[in-house]
Design a protein. Structure first.
Length: 80
């Protein structure tokens, strides 16, 4: 019968990891490392992939300020 409590799934994951030879990487650790945009007013961090509309929304709603006031180092990514 079944292994119960997800034992089969855990065993299969372990077997597949051995085959590939890769360790499971936590997405949380990757996201934390990518937090490179910082608001100068409140020091809140944002992912490096954040776009201008999201940052402008933060500046206006949280601080009643403009994008350059809160994020003076922000350079918009040019569309290709």
């Amino acid at each position: 019968m079944g292994g119960g409590n997800g034992a089969k799934a855990a065993q299969k994951r372990a077997r597949n990891d051995k085959k590939v030879g890769a360790k499971a990487v936590s997405q949380l650790k990757t996201n934390t490392a990518a937090m490179s945009i910082v608001c100068n007013t409140c020091k809140q961090t944002f992912l490096s992939t954040s776009r201008e509309p999201q940052l402008t929304l933060h500046a206006v709603n949280k601080h009643n300020a403009t994008l350059p006031q809160c994020f003076p180092d922000f350079k918009p990514v040019e569309a290709k």
